[in-house]
Design a protein around this ligand. Structure first.
Ligand code: GDP
Ligand code: ZN
Length: 358
């Protein structure tokens, strides 16, 4: 890449890029890596007034068109935002493809119930869910294999790594190529260590929007995308606490691969079976996470009842159409509804509360 860029060498002044950081009215846009000469450059942008007027905001992960680029100051203006194929509201990330849940095989010990909660919450986003087991250096091969076998019964193929020894880190990097991946998992499992291992050039991580955007424990409220050398993007999210499940009882079964698999080949007698004590239920059974399902079902019933008894809360939700049963989902802000019909409503941070002080 040349040191100085001559604008006349660039065919068009309007270019496409991805928003990698946002603060106040500014966003840092990384020009599409495939763009000749300037691919990968970071441009500090404001939003065109027209976009502001019609309430279109650019959030991290948005693909945008930028114009009026000042190549000396590396500044520009966002003139358009592409439709989103997914949207997480907390943390606000557009176009994420996958959630990578990071757990540790030891220190802290794996807790199947907590893991299940994270998995269900992650499934509720509608994104691809992947599971990564870190700190494999702390357990025996047999323990590792046991966990892999167990999780495979749950419907997941975990990626086993050790940031400490480097085992599996390169493979993970390749797996996340050409995608936007949101990392989640409770603190202490090695998420920060993993992010650092995946993005060796720490300079890339600190966008020049402002000092406040730089990475740090006190800046966890800002989401930022980091580019791996292989091209994949990681949403660096804060430490996550215990996920809180807030979904309706009718949605819950869809968040268990084991249930999806059972219902793909057979039917319960009742169409609205809760898979608890109804006769001729094909879901109820001896599978390992069935007790987790029952536990979460009780939570989701309580959650729904609470919603129904709180008119104010209900007012902020809309009823899902065409479901027959009463199902609610959060109302999207109109700006999001205008932009994409394929929005994903669940949030990752409901999945967990930010730890203010880790
Ligand atoms: P986070 O809270 O999830 O971001 O976790 P950190 O990245 O801060 O890591 C928590 C602790 O685990 C630190 O002391 C790391 O050095 C340690 N750690 C991270 N990865 C590994 C690993 O693969 N093996 C071992 N033994 N320790 C690790
Ligand atoms: Zn059933």
């Amino acid at each position: 890449m040349p040191q100085t860029i001559n604008p006349t060498d660039i065919n068009s002044t309007s270019l496409v890029g991805i928003v990698i950081a946002v603060q106040a009215n500014f966003c840092q846009v990384q020009i599409d890596p495939a763009t000749p000469m300037v691919g990968g450059k970071l441009i500090l942008c404001t939003r065109r007034a027209r976009l502001q007027k019609i309430g279109i905001s650019a959030i991290v992960g948005d693909r945008v068109t930028i114009d009026e680029i000042d190549w000396h100051g590396l500044k520009g203006v966002v003139i358009d935002v592409f439709p989103r194929h997914s949207l997480l509201d907390r943390p606000p990330v557009a176009n994420a493809d996958r959630i990578l849940l990071v757990f540790a095989l030891a220190e802290p010990a794996l807790d199947p119930f907590l893991m299940s909660k994270f998995l269900v919450k992650a499934e509720s986003t509608g994104l691809q869910v992947s599971l990564c087991l870190n700190k494999s250096d702390l357990v025996t091969d047999i323990e590792k294999q046991d966990w892999c076998d167990r999780l495979s019964e749950w419907g997941y193929q975990p990626i086993v790594i050790s940031v400490e020894t480097g085992l599996g880190v390169k493979e993970l990097q390749l797996e996340l190529d050409r995608q936007i991946t949101v990392f989640a998992g409770h603190s202490g499992v090695g998420k920060s260590s993993l992010t650092n291992a995946l993005i060796p050039d720490s300079n890339i991580r600190v966008a020049a929007v402002s000092g406040k955007l730089s990475r740090g424990r006190h800046t966890t409220r800002h989401v930022q995308l980091f580019t791996m050398p292989t091209g994949g993007l990681i949403a660096d999210t804060p430490g996550f606490n215990q996920p809180d499940l807030s979904c309706s009882p009718t949605e819950l079964p869809g968040y268990f691969p084991e249930i999806r698999q059972r219902l793909a080949t057979a039917h319960c007698q009742f169409g609205d079976c809760t898979h608890r004590d109804e006769p001729n239920c094909v879901v109820r059974g001896e599978w390992e996470r069935y007790p987790h399902y029952l536990d979460f079902l009780a939570d989701s019933i309580a959650w729904e009842q609470q919603l129904q008894s709180q008119p104010k809360l209900e007012n902020s939700l809309k009823q899902k159409s065409g479901t027959g049963t009463k199902k609610y989902e959060p109302k999207l802000e109109s700006k999001y509804r205008q932009i994409s019909r394929h929005t994903i409503l669940q949030s990752l941070a409901e999945l967990s509360e930010e730890l203010d002080d880790r």
